[in-house]
Design a protein around this ligand. Structure first.
Ligand code: XMP
Length: 319
């Protein structure tokens, strides 16, 4: 019988039988899948689990702190937080090409994760949040971008000589089942029902070269957009919503003064499978409110636009 309760009980026993008293490491991203794995393994083996959370500096507002609060403080999970913002910014300096940025971000993630794994020399297992659709996808032929998505998410680039055995407790589950498990394991509702967030993070939502100032402006604008979506109960009506930073300057007025500042694009889509999508027809008064708040509250932004492109021909992300 499929109940979250039963699945958890079975998985907990299976994990214990498999790993015994071995140490397990997990790359925790704060996304649904790795979060549920963390909660499940914590339930099964407690302190034998060590999570590595890489703060790339390309996360959303307060995201790193929230991940630490949920897992380390609240649940007592062992989490190593690696503050890698500086390394990411340096690696991305002068790089404008989207695929190049993806490669740099993905490779650096693997590099940092390896460094941390090497410090946990007695670890025997590498846990991953692979779910059933990932298994099917990897089996079929995949295009460049999809391959990168997987390789980043699943830490697929770990070196051959890595002797860790793979532990994938969600391998047979669909997304909705993973979510039910997450709730049952006590993860916060917002974490379990979060929109997808790409592995390269804000790195592909800042068009062209990534800079800290841009990331800070984008984080503020994005947080306002998401906060208002929740407040108006629109968050769950759309499949994915976010702000994009456009590194072009536009003229505006504020009080008696003239401004010459950056532009933010808002993106919200409705989709079942993320292969095709329609732009969400958000209410005008809602968009008006979000636009006003961003321009008034985020100094450095003088203009807000709403993306009305479908997929195809556009993609969901801007890069
Ligand atoms: P696109 O932009 O291709 O996005 O229409 C489809 C879905 O995939 C996500 N996405 C990514 N996820 N690494 C990821 O982990 C990536 O490089 C990446 N690029 C796009 C995007 O957020 C959307 O949900």
């Amino acid at each position: 019988l499929w109940t979250a309760d039963n699945i958890i009980e079975d998985s907990v026993h299976a994990v214990r039988r498999k790993v015994g008293s071995d140490r397990v490491i997990l790359g925790l991203s704060g996304g649904v899948d790795s979060s549920v794995v963390a909660a499940l393994l914590h339930e099964a083996i407690g302190d034998q689990l060590t999570c590595v959370f890489v703060d790339t500096g390309l996360l959303r507002l307060h995201e790193g702190d929230q991940v630490m609060a949920t897992f380390a403080e609240h649940m007592g999970v062992r989490v190593i937080r690696v503050d890698a913002e500086q390394r990411y910014l340096e690696a991305l300096q002068g790089v404008a090409d989207p695929e190049q940025k993806r490669k740099i971000i993905g490779n650096l993630f693997v590099e940092i994760f390896d460094e941390e794994a090497a410090k946990l020399a007695d670890a025997k297992w590498l846990a991953q949040g692979t779910i059933y659709p990932d298994v099917i996808e990897s089996a079929g032929a995949k295009s460049g971008k999809a391959h990168l998505i997987k390789s980043h998410h699943n830490v697929g680039g770990l070196p051959e000589n890595m002797t860790l055995k793979l532990l994938e407790p969600l391998r047979e589950l669909f997304k909705d089942e993973v979510r039910k498990l997450g709730l049952e394991l006590g993860l916060p509702y917002e974490m379990v029902f979060r929109h997808p967030f790409p592995g390269p993070g804000l790195g592909v939502r800042i068009l062209g070269e990534v800079k800290k100032d841009y990331a800070d402006l984008l984080r503020q604008a994005d947080a306002i957009f998401i906060e208002e979506l929740y407040r108006r109960q629109l968050y769950e009506k759309v499949s994915q919503a976010f702000a994009v930073f456009l590194p072009v300057k536009s003229v505006g007025v504020m009080g008696d003064g003239r401004r010459y500042d950056y532009v933010i694009a808002l993106r919200a889509v409705e989709t079942i499978d993320f292969m095709t999508a329609r732009w969400a027809h958000l209410p005008y008064d809602f968009l008006d409110l979000v636009s006003r708040r961003i321009i008034n509250e985020v100094s450095g932004i003088s203009r807000v636009t709403y993306d009305i492109s479908g997929k195809p021909p556009a993609t969901i992300e801007w890069e």
